[in-house]
Ligand binder design. Structure first.
Ligand SMILES: Cc1cc2nc3c(=O)[nH]c(=O)nc-3n(C[C@H](O)[C@H](O)[C@H](O)COP(=O)(O)OP(=O)(O)OC[C@H]3O[C@@H](n4cnc5c(N)ncnc54)[C@H](O)[C@@H]3O)c2cc1C
Length: 392
């Protein structure tokens, strides 16, 4: 195998964004970048596929138009507690664009290839050993040396484990289910069941009702599509922040929510995957190796990670360009660079909010937050949680 200068482990949004930004900022580096991807595109990735505005902003700045990818637009996002709460609507545009990850990641990889970036599929990285002069990477297709390695292999990846074998992992647990828009075996005795989806068509729903039962997260219900057919994506997110308390089985609140709309959870395939989330204590680099995306830490509040992964790519690319210019690959200021950026600021705010709102698990507090204080919550969210992409 030829020896790449800049090796990216993992061709998801974080790895592809890093490579695309490097090529945009420093085109002379194009032939020096290699992405290793263990799967073959279009590969499946468990994800609800909700793209927030910030993801679109970052892609636009790369000259990419995500509307080329099959999608469903949700006009409203509802943040509810027990079915009532805050409704977020952005005038003259969609509030959330929902893509399928096999299609989105395949599209992004195609764009990277069109810009001359080499992606080698079906190559699994097994181990990585940095030393003073470079990094030795062991893969399913042999050993290689690289000058710089970017660990972008997701929440279960090897890159982080190789460089930080004993670091604490903050991981959320998630379950996801895809259903048609109407149940297979509708039960018309269900209060919210109706032929058109219980009045929920066109909106994306988050309901935080499981928090008082020590599930530090929410249940979601998004519109989506598969091969052009309208579907619904249901799921549950638990940060695990209340893991020391007694909790019901994760699928119980999800089954409860689905049954309100006439769906029986047991009629559908259920899949699970963790998300490694950001904490200010997460380590993000060692000399010659940078982590991006879930490997470095996704959003703890909602488990939102696509825009975050794209954002890490912007910062990692700048860090690598500076390192090459200075011929200094210590990357000792990379984490500071992340924390000081608009991405880092939103991650810190989200980590703080998650630590507070999931710890204050009383029903009355959640009602106060999502129903009574909703103008304050909406304003604070708009100011501190979203809209960071433009400032990156
Ligand atoms: C159930 C669920 C629902 C979600 N819903 C949303 C949502 O609606 N909106 C949102 O923004 N985020 C969502 N997320 C989070 C989002 O999926 C992740 O944050 C995002 O995929 C992170 O991107 P990444 O590039 O860091 O990692 P990944 O997307 O995981 O990409 C990692 C890549 O590395 C490859 N890889 C892994 N190991 C190796 C190896 N050893 N060698 C070579 N290649 C390797 C993988 O095949 C993959 O292509 C959800 C996550 C889950 C689990």
């Amino acid at each position: 195998m030829p020896q790449p200068d800049i090796l990216v482990i993992g061709g998801g949004p974080a790895g592809l964004s890093t490579a695309l930004h490097l090529v945009q900022d420093a085109p002379h580096l194009t032939s020096r970048i290699l992405i290793l991807e263990k799967a073959r595109y279009p590969r499946s990735k468990l994800c609800a596929g909700g793209l927030v505005l910030d993801a679109e902003v970052i892609l636009q700045r790369l000259g990419l138009d995500v509307s080329e990818v099959p999608h469903v637009d949700a006009d409203n996002i509802h943040f509810d507690f027990e079915s009532k709460g805050l409704n977020l609507h952005i005038p003259r545009r969609h509030a959330l664009r929902i893509i399928r990850r096999d299609e989105f990641d395949n599209w992004l990889a195609e764009k990277a290839r069109e810009r001359g970036i080499e992606i080698r599929e079906d190559v699994t990285v097994r181990n990585m050993i940095p030393d003073g002069a470079g990094v030795t990477v062991e893969t399913s297709q042999g050993r290689m040396r690289a000058n710089i390695v970017i660990g972008a292999d997701g929440s279960n990846g090897v890159a982080r484990r190789c460089i930080f074998p004993n670091a604490p992992a903050h991981t959320a647990r998630l379950l996801e289910i895809l259903t048609p828009t109407r149940p297979h075996r509708p039960s018309d005795t269900t209060p919210n069941f109706s032929e058109n989806g219980g009045g929920r068509e066109g909106g994306a729903y988050f309901d935080f009702f499981p928090i008082p039962d020590n599930i530090a997260g929410y249940v979601w219900d998004f519109p989506t599509q598969i091969n052009g057919e309208a579907m619904r994506c249901w799921g549950i997110y638990d940060t695990n922040l209340l893991a020391t308390e007694n909790r019901p089985q994760l699928k119980d609140p999800l089954a409860k929510e689905m049954s309100r709309f006439g769906f029986n959870l047991d009629d559908y395939e259920i899949k699970g995957h963790p998300i490694r989330w950001f904490s200010p204590r997460n380590q993000m680099s060692v000399p010659r190796v940078l982590l991006v995306g879930d490997t470095a830490g996704a959003d703890p509040l909602f488990g939102e990670g696509i825009s975050i992964a794209l954002g890490y790519g912007v910062i990692a690319a700048r860090e690598i360009e500076d390192a090459l210019q200075r011929n200094d690959f210590s990357f000792y200021k990379y984490k500071l660079r992340v924390l000081k950026s608009a991405l880092g600021q939103t991650l810190i705010v989200r980590w703080f909010i998650a630590s507070v709102i999931y710890a204050l698990k009383w029903r009355w507090f959640q009602i106060l937050l999502w129903r009574v204080m909703k103008p304050v919550v909406a304003f604070a969210g708009w100011l501190f949680v979203v809209n960071w992409g433009k400032r990156l």
